[in-house]
Design a protein around this ligand. Structure first.
Ligand SMILES: [Zn+2]
Ligand SMILES: [Zn+2]
Ligand SMILES: [Zn+2]
Length: 260
C-alpha cells in the first residue's frame, strides 16, 4: 500500500493569500502546501481518498486523474470537504461512496443540498453517504478500515487506521482508546500546525509528544501553517523517525502485522 500526500497545508494553504512572509515567498517547493488531503493506493491498485478539500481538482490533475473507489472524510470543515463536487466527473455514472460520521453526513446535506435532490437538476454528483462509527471496522477497496475518534478542539472528528498506517488530521487530542488502537503502528500521519500553541490544532511540541506515546516506526507531519517556518530549518528540530510531509510525497507502507 502507498500513500501520496496531495496536500499538507492548513486551511489557508501556503502561500497564504496576501502574505509576504519568508515561508510564503519560499522558492523551496516543499514549502508550498495545498489544503490537506491524501490518496491511498492499495496493493490491488485501487484508490481511496482521505478528505476532498477545495484544492482537490488541482491535486487530482497532478497526481491521479483517474477513478477513486471511495472517500474517507475526517470532518466537515471547508478545507476538508470543499472539493467534493469535483468528484462528479471522476465517478460518473456510478457515483461516489463517501464515508463519514453522522454529523458530517448531516452537514454535507446542508452544504450541498442539490446533490441530494435530483428533481430539479440532472448531472449532479451522485454522492452515496455511508455513516460510520468509531472503532467499527468496514471494508473499502479490499482493505479494512478502522474509524478512530479524535478531538479537534471541542469537535469530535475521525482519524483512520488503514492496515499498518494511521492518518490523523486536525487533532488537538487523541483519546486513550485511539492511542491504544494504533500503538506501535508502522506509519503514523498526524497534524502539526506551528511552533506556538493553538486552541484547535496540535502545535509541534504536542504532536511530537503524541508521536512518542504511539511509538510508530515512522511519523509524517501534515496540516502545517506558514508559521511553522521554512521546512529546511524546522526539519532540523525533528527526531529521526519524524518528517514533515510535503505535497506530492509518496511513501510505501509495509504490510500489516495483524497484531490486533
Ligand atoms: Zn483542517
Ligand atoms: Zn506567510
Ligand atoms: Zn478542521
Amino acid at each position: 500500500m502507498k500513500i501520496t500526500f496531495l496536500g499538507t497545508g492548513t486551511s489557508t494553504g501556503i502561500p497564504v493569500l496576501g502574505c509576504g512572509c519568508e515561508v510564503c515567498r519560499s522558492t523551496d517547493t516543499r514549502d508550498h502546501r495545498l489544503r490537506t488531503s491524501a490518496l491511498i493506493t492499495t496493493d490491488t491498485h485501487r484508490h481511496i481518498l482521505i478528505d476532498a478539500g477545495p484544492d482537490l481538482r488541482t491535486q487530482l490533475l497532478t497526481h491521479h486523474n483517474a477513478p477513486i473507489d471511495g472517500v474517507l472524510v475526517t470532518h466537515s470543515h471547508y478545507d476538508h470537504v470543499g472539493g467534493i463536487d469535483d468528484l462528479r466527473t471522476l465517478t460518473y455514472p456510478n457515483g461516489s461512496d463517501i464515508y463519514c460520521r453522522q454529523n458530517v453526513n448531516n452537514d454535507l446535506h446542508r452544504l450541498l443540498p442539490y446533490c441530494f435532490n435530483n428533481k430539479y437538476y440532472p448531472n449532479i454528483p451522485k454522492l452515496r453517504l455511508h455513516t460510520i462509527e468509531e472503532f467499527k471496522l468496514f471494508e473499502l477497496a479490499g482493505v479494512m478500515i478502522t474509524p478512530l475518534p479524535v478531538k479537534h478542539g471541542a469537535l469530535d472528528i475521525l482519524g483512520y487506521r488503514i492496515n499498518n498506517m494511521a492518518y490523523i488530521t486536525d487533532a488537538t487530542l487523541l483519546p486513550t482508546e485511539t492511542i491504544d488502537a494504533i500503538k506501535d503502528i508502522d506509519t503514523l500521519v498526524i497534524n502539526s500546525l506551528r511552533i506556538t500553541p493553538n486552541p484547535t490544532h496540535m502545535n509541534l511540541e504536542q504532536s511530537l509528544e503524541t508521536i512518542r506515546k504511539i511509538n510508530p516506526r515512522q511519523a509524517y507531519l501534515i496540516h502545517m501553517s506558514h508559521q511553522m517556518g521554512l521546512i529546511a530549518d524546522t526539519a532540523k528540530l525533528l527526531p529521526s523517525n519524524v518528517a514533515f510531509a510535503y505535497d506530492g510525497l509518496t511513501v510505501s507502507i509495509p504490510e500489516a502485522k495483524h497484531k490486533k
